[in-house]
Design a protein around this ligand. Structure first.
Ligand code: B4P
Length: 189
């Protein structure tokens, strides 16, 4: 099984590159951001609560997102592999994911970390805010999301580096070039 974590700061292109990777490797896509936005759109109790947190640029609780991932993984036990997009975002989430995948005898293969400078991230997200109308893509929320990333999410890369599973990918340039670098990194596993 090929189990890939696509990692990087907000706006680094995780969602964009996930689409390419799923089509190429026929993996099941698990994006906690998409699952949460779906709850928000359907105005479920979880969605109403999550919207407040997301609009402040903060992370939704570990308990909620770990529960979401467990149920999605168990719905797809026959999968060739998974792409985890936007998850794990804390070390506690990473530990829970490892436990879940190890129990299935399907450990995480690699964490691919998209590296993009902060100025470029802000530019991309502000642009997306205008185009897609996402309420968390405004200046204040974007800054909070970047702070949350540095404080709580970056340690996840160290956690997987300690397991020898971290691969850094240059995330600036044409989408196709970045996709090629991701494929090269997977081929070298
Ligand atoms: P996410 O939905 O995960 O979104 P993201 O990090 O903002 O964006 P992504 O990296 O996917 O960027 P994209 O490809 O779209 O998270 C949103 C919120 O949900 C979080 O803030 C949090 O509150 C909550 N949440 C989600 N998961 C959670 C978890 N596990 N725990 C707790 N809370 C969680 O690209 C961005 C833009 O850049 C797009 O417009 C794209 O077109 C453009 N772009 C992409 N690649 C480009 C390139 N090479 N050049 C130029 N532009 C590019």
């Amino acid at each position: 099984m090929l189990n890939v974590i696509l990692f990087g700061p907000p706006g680094s292109g995780k969602g964009t590159q996930s689409e390419n990777l799923i089509a190429h490797y026929q993996l099941v896509h698990l994006s906690t951001g998409n699952i949460l936005r779906d709850e928000v759109n359907r105005q479920t109790p979880l969605g109403v609560e999550a919207k407040k947190i997301m609009d402040q640029g903060q992370l939704v609780s570990d308990e909620i997102v770990i529960g979401m991932i467990k149920s999605k993984v168990s719905e797809n036990l026959e999968a060739k592999g998974f792409i985890f997009d936007g998850f794990p975002r804390t070390v506690a989430q990473a530990e829970a994911l490892d436990k879940l995948m190890d129990a299935m005898n399907a450990p995480i293969s690699v964490l691919l970390c998209l590296e993009v400078p902060e100025e470029e991230l802000k530019e991309r997200l502000l642009k997306r805010g205008v185009i897609e109308g996402r309420t968390d893509d405004n200046e204040t929320t974007i800054s909070n999301r970047i702070v949350e990333y540095k404080n709580k999410t970056q340690p996840v890369a160290d956690y997987y580096q300690a397991q020898g599973k971290l691969k850094k990918i240059q995330g600036v340039g044409a989408v196709d070039e970045i996709f090629q670098s991701l494929k090269d990194a997977i081929a070298s596993l």
